[in-house]
Ligand binder design. Structure first.
Ligand code: MIC
Ligand code: SF4
Length: 645
């Protein structure tokens, strides 16, 4: 039987296990990427495990998240990362070079290779035919040292794309349609593999937009074939030698196939407060829009911004609307400057922002109270913009440009004399790698690590206690995101200092949480977190496990837990548990006294787990779907303890 692309890449990289859907496997990782907000912990852990040298084909350390630099913390992180890259053998991408996923696509991605990144949008490189997976920093640190990555062999869904976009419809609308079909839940351990006749009309940046937001569906990766279009992109980047063909066999098997006809799509938007809350722009037409932001790893390619510039040229942003534009990379900004389109954007009244994550992570450009903000980014979780009352809609660059011109949610008919600009795929991209710092034998093993005063070692955890006893420290609902658990925005600068950062755990959900947990921990109590469906969706930030661990959290009991977050919980010794009967969620209230007797033995002997709710004198059956490796990590109190042992 023929093989699909995902299986081909996995078989070529398999180091352990049988590639049968649902089985645990381990794969060799060719490339890794980190960004500054997760990278400092990853490199501190790399050091902490006694690793001394990068052993992948390519490891890149990007600085793109925290470039605001209010106070010395961000710049101290950058200096540490730069020294660590030189010492251990990673490429360092300086602030201003661009957003990690965009830059990686341009300069380093290679079809058929595996990429592990400490950022949930790492799968964007699937637009280039890579098997690219997001993970916690610790997993990435292990891969940087040459260790394999363990995952569940995914089921593969073939998404057959046919037809062609009509004017005013683009790649964002396609992935929003796919989000509407698949939702943000229930796609764990799945990979989307794209195929079909429409691919010949989709260039690499468009494919990358689609692959990027697969992360919002919760899939492990999204993979496109590597074909002549991929080759043309790599040639235009001066990297023809990186190309290789990669297609599925004609008789390849899939677990499921769905078809999306691009010619039937219309402009779409993800309405507040979830990327899965998809509506047509027509249904929003006329809604007042206070702010429009075009950028982020999803939609800030040259193709996207060239079209926006051509739409705005000779016109002005509506008087009561602010427009901000953050090109995805320095390469893109340079191209817009060279072809005059940057001038057109500036003349239209756009505020040109740095080529960085910026507004997307909520560290700048927070809108006014109660504002409506149209953004081309990928997440619109409540409060992520930095303004709790804001209503953020995720839209295509074309819909964003129309809103900037009219100050309202608009369709093209609302600006009748506006022509649909064609955007040809560039024949060549100017490539200037001067803002990367490449390591060599004079730096590896010889560079001193530079650690500012806020950079501390990752906190330690002890082995799992015989019995867990304490309280339900919080009871959360469905779709708790890692932004809820560990806010970013203004708190982001504390990423390298767990003691400080952990003061903000659940800050916007329950401002008393961190202090209460600290007191409970100091009194010898264990913390239990109780939640509904899809706990921990969104970011890969391992701080959402590391900081609760530091506060004494020992177990999460939820209806379901998302893939990356679950792996992070295990890595830091927090037991991820599921209700055997989801309705039992109602049998625990915040503050109830909970007990998991003899948990070490129960895990070792794989006995069914029963949670005692002492407050209600009830027993609740729990599920824990853990492998032997998971159990060993949990018993040791985290992977750092185990790998060092
Ligand atoms: C995000 O988009 O939420 C982030 C910020 O890029 C995160 C990483 C982080 O929290 O540092 C992600 O997606 O993994
Ligand atoms: Fe950066 Fe936003 Fe992309 Fe995350 S989603 S990597 S914050 S641009």
């Amino acid at each position: 039987m023929g093989m699909n692309i995902v299986r081909k890449i996995i078989e070529r990289h398999l180091t352990q296990g049988a590639p049968k859907a649902g089985e645990e496997i381990a794969i060799r990782i060719d490339q890794t990427l980190t960004q500054d907000a997760t990278g400092t912990m990853a490199y501190l852990q790399f050091e902490g495990m006694g690793l001394d040298r990068i052993r992948t084909e390519r490891t890149v350390s990007y600085v793109d998240h925290n470039t605001v630099q209010v106070g010395p913390e961000n710049a101290d992180d950058h200096a540490y990362l730069k020294s660590a890259a030189a010492r251990f053998g990673a490429v360092f991408s300086k602030a201003g070079n661009g957003i990690c996923h965009q830059v990686h696509l341009e300069r380093f991605g290679e079809p058929g290779k595996t990429l592990l990144g400490s950022d949930s949008h790492t799968p964007m490189a699937g637009g280039l035919g890579m098997l690219a997976i997001g993970a916690g920093g610790l997993d990435v640190a292990v891969a940087m040292g040459g260790g394999p990555f363990t995952l569940t062999m995914p089921t593969v869904v073939r998404i057959e794309l046919k037809g062609r976009f009509r004017p005013w419809v683009s790649a964002k609308d396609a992935i929003l349609k796919i989000l509407e079909m698949f939702s943000t839940k229930g796609n764990v351990n799945t990979v989307f593999e794209y195929a079909g006749p429409a691919l010949r009309h989709l260039d690499v940046p468009e494919r990358a937009t689609i692959a990027n937001m697969g992360a919002e569906c919760g899939v492990t990766a999204s993979v496109f074939p590597s074909d002549d279009i991929t080759r043309a992109f790599l040639e235009a980047q001066g990297r023809a030698e990186a190309w290789k063909e990669l297609t599925a066999d004609p008789d390849a098997e899939y677990d499921r196939t769905v078809t999306v006809d691009l010619s039937c799509l219309e402009p779409l938007a993800a309405a507040p407060h979830s990327p899965g809350n998809v509506a047509t722009v027509a249904s929003l037409r006329g809604t007042r829009v206070n702010q429009v932001l075009i950028g982020s790893c999803t939609n800030a390619s040259y193709r996207d911004l060239r079209r926006v510039a051509d739409l705005l040229r000779g016109r002005h942003v509506a008087p009561d609307t602010t427009l901000g534009i953050a090109p995805g990379s320095r390469q893109i900004l340079g191209m817009l400057a060279a072809d005059g389109r940057l001038a057109a954007l500036i003349e239209s009244g756009a505020r040109i922002l740095e080529s960085a994550c910026g507004f997307c992570i909520g560290n700048s450009m927070s809108p006014e109270t109660n504002a409506v903000s149209f953004r081309t980014s990928n997440r619109n979780f409540e409060g992520r913009s930095g303004t709790p009352s804001a209503r953020v809609y995720l839209v295509s660059p074309e819909t964003a440009a129309l809103a900037a011109l009219t100050g309202r949610a608009s369709l093209s008919e609302d600006v009748p004399d506006l022509k649909w600009p064609r955007v040809p795929t560039p024949k060549s991209y100017p490539h200037d790698d001067s803002q990367f710092v490449f390591p060599d034998e004079t730096t590896i093993g010889r560079t001193e690590l530079v650690k500012g005063p806020g950079i501390g070692p990752p906190p330690k955890n002890g082995p799992l206690p015989e019995t867990l006893a304490g309280v339900a420290a919080i009871k959360a609902g469905d779709n708790v995101t890692t932004d809820h658990i560990m806010p970013a925005g203004p708190r982001l600068k504390h990423r390298s200092n767990i003691e400080t950062y952990s003061r903000f755990v659940f800050e916007h959900v329950d401002p008393t949480f961190a202090q209460r947990m600290r007191e409970l921990r100091d009194a010898g109590e264990h913390g239990f977190l109780v939640a509904g469906e899809s706990y921990g969706q969104g970011s890969s930030r391992e701080h959402a496990a590391l900081c609760p661990m530091h506060l004494g959290v020992k177990a999460v009991i939820a209806k379901s837990i998302e893939r990356i977050h679950r792996a992070n919980l295990i890595n830091f010794g927090i037991v991820p548990l599921a209700f055997a009967n989801p309705a039992d969620y109602d049998r625990i209230a915040a503050g109830d006294r909970l007990r998991l007797a003899d948990i070490r033995r129960a895990l070792q002997e794989r006995r069914p787990l029963a949670l005692e709710n002492a407050t209600r004198s009830e027993t609740i059956p729990l599920h824990c779907d853990l492998t032997d490796r998971h159990i060993a990590i949990l018993l040791a109190g985290g992977r750092m303890n185990l790998d060092k042992a």
